[in-house]
Design a protein around this ligand. Structure first.
Ligand SMILES: [Ca+2]
Ligand SMILES: [Ca+2]
Length: 576
């Protein structure tokens, strides 16, 4: 396995172009007249005899995608804008001003004050409140202040790079500040932003709010480049007070409605997960009023007709625990098995919106394979995936999927990804512990720390089977001794389901390709330098499978600066 050290290409103007065309190509592919047209006509990726190993040098440098002039400009960061301006000899300090709705009625407010240098980083939180925001710079001396002439109107989507064909942001796992899932539809005219109520943290106002304010905000625009218009603010049909675990209300949780999102290609079908939802209902459209099963989780499907949204289904697992008194709403970082089914930990829709896959990482059944015993509870936190199919506007449970080697603690369902036609499903299980490498290895042992695994399923008219058991090609971080771990925290499938990208929390991204129903490892990408961390934690893949994007954090330069890395495939070989 030869290593291919390549010069790093941070998010430069040319890389931005790659990103844009990548997004457009995948979106165009996804919306081309329905998902079924291409079934059976997948592109045939050239198989590589051995995986390509792509080392990414870790020294941060380079230019960035920018907007504005030397007088006042910004460069797009990951969920942030880095404002830069030319110095003024008279200025003692500078102020950054934001008009959250641009030309709309909201007033301009100060977003950064008493800045003595010539740059300022603005973290984009509460995106739904600033999708049309504009920014100006004011310079001040001892007696007065004056605005500079330039007004910047950035495209917020460029700071929330959307590359996953399923629509969710490749950056979602990095979302420490805003906790904001963001999706955009295939035609780039519908924008969906999740805003789970922050009461779901342990720091809360007392008393806890009487009503869970979790919501999802939908915006539309008539064309790319014009302002977004708010279309809807969606909330759960059974919105209620946050669940508190004692009278002092020192540990309360919202439903986390909006924590997970999935969107059909045309933007008319939206699935919203609420991992903290508490009813013990089972199946579709059960009793929403029940509150007996903490952190059971639910998914709400919304449909849009003529610009008007309505809730189409209230979706629960087929085996929701009748009662659970222990709160444990698992996060991406969870390392401990715990109670709570966490249905909705991951969610995906097919391009036509007629197939829904939902991960329930707290599923306790020891069963394996397809449609096994869902009522067994002997494997705590083994995890499961439930699928649902829509006929007309009616949803029904379709399948109950488990790993081929189910064990307690595996967290099967950490991530889910569907091909456009819904015939291929990838499921991550980040705590799986076998020492197998590559595809189809020995899955029976539990000799390792949580390396993680990915399982690929395929279906024919609703009949599912597991197609591959996928592990990392190596079990250590290349060039180091640290064990690889949490493989499968993120999965992404190309439109045809023939290319699979997998992210691991610790340091690598992987690509696998399928030929004639056989999967093999095609590449793994990793940072060669010490200053890049969280590489591979998030991955996205283009519709044609020939482009992969991942993000990483540079710790050698600016604090918390994230950079995107693009890779492309030519004749089965990957390079940066
Ligand atoms: Ca305004
Ligand atoms: Ca195992």
């Amino acid at each position: 396995m030869s290593k291919v050290p390549l010069s790093r290409r941070p998010f430069t103007a040319s890389a931005a172009g790659v990103g844009t065309s990548l997004m457009l190509s995948l979106l165009l592919s996804a919306c081309g007249g329905g998902s079924g047209d291409n079934v059976g006509e997948p592109p045939a990726p050239a198989p590589a005899p051995t995986p390509t190993s792509v080392a990414v040098p870790g020294a941060p440098s380079g230019t960035f995608d920018t907007l504005g002039t030397a007088e006042f400009s910004l460069r797009y960061g990951v969920e942030r804008y880095d404002f830069v301006w030319s110095p003024s000899a008279q200025a003692t300090h500078y102020e950054l001003w934001e008009d959250p709705d641009g030309p709309g009625p909201l007033p301009e407010v100060q977003a950064g004050n008493a800045i003595t240098g010539t740059r300022h980083t603005f973290e984009i939180s509460q995106l739904h409140q600033r999708v049309n925001a504009t920014y100006r710079l004011r310079e001040c001396n001892g007696t007065s202040c004056s605005f500079r002439a330039t007004t910047l109107a950035p495209d917020a989507l460029r700071a929330h790079f959307l590359f996953d064909r399923q629509g969710s942001s490749v950056l979602a796992p990095f979302n420490a500040t805003a906790g904001t899932p963001v999706l955009v539809s295939a035609d780039l005219k519908t924008l969906v932003i999740g805003a789970p109520d922050p009461v779901s943290t342990t720091t809360l106002p007392r008393p806890a709010p009487a009503v869970d304010n979790s919501a999802v905000h939908v915006f539309v625009r008539s064309a790319v480049g014009v302002a977004w218009q708010p279309q809807a603010r969606l909330q759960a049909s059974n919105r209620r007070a946050p669940a508190c675990n004692n009278a002092a209300q020192d540990y309360c949780h919202s439903s986390s409605f909006g924590a997970g999102l999935a969107l059909s290609a045309d933007g008319n079908t939206l699935a919203v997960s609420a991992t903290g939802e508490t009813s013990n209902a089972r199946g579709v459209n059960g009793d929403q009023a029940n509150t007996d099963s903490l952190a059971a989780g639910a998914v709400y499907v919304f449909a849009r007709t003529g610009g008007s949204w309505s809730q189409q289904a209230y979706v629960k697992a087929s085996n929701t625990p009748a009662r659970n008194n222990t709160w444990c709403n698992l996060s991406y970082w969870a390392t401990q098995p715990c109670d709570g089914q966490n249905f909705g930990a991951s969610v995906a829709l097919s391009a036509d919106g007629n197939l829904l896959a939902v991960g329930a990482i707290g599923d306790d059944s020891k069963s394996t394979g397809v449609n096994g015993d869902a009522n067994d509870t002997s494997a705590v936190f083994a995890g499961a995936v439930h699928t649902y199919a829509r006929t007309g506007s009616t949803w029904a449970p379709q399948a109950y999927l488990k790993a081929s080697n189910t064990d307690a603690g595996d967290g099967f369902g950490t991530s889910v990804s569907l091909s456009a036609d819904g015939s291929t499903l990838a499921v991550g299980a980040i705590f799986e512990r076998s020492s197998a490498t590559g595809v189809g290895g020995n899955q029976s042992d539990n000799a390792q720390s949580p390396f993680g695994a990915v399982y690929v399923f395929s279906q024919d008219r609703g009949s599912w089977s597991q197609q591959a058991y996928v592990k990392a090609p190596v079990n250590t971080v290349v060039g180091g001794t640290e064990p690889m771990s949490y493989f499968g925290g993120r999965t992404a499938l190309s439109a045809h389901g023939e290319t699979l990208a997998v992210g691991s929390v610790r340091g690598m991204a992987y690509v696998y390709a399928r030929t004639q129903n056989t999967w093999q490892a095609q590449a793994h990408m990793f940072p060669a330098g010490p200053n890049v961390i969280r590489f591979g934690e998030a991955v996205g893949v283009s519709a044609d499978g020939n482009s992969v994007v991942t993000a990483a954090q540079d710790v050698g330069s600016e604090a918390s600066a994230f950079t995107l890395y693009f890779f492309s495939r030519t004749a089965g070989t990957w390079s940066q």
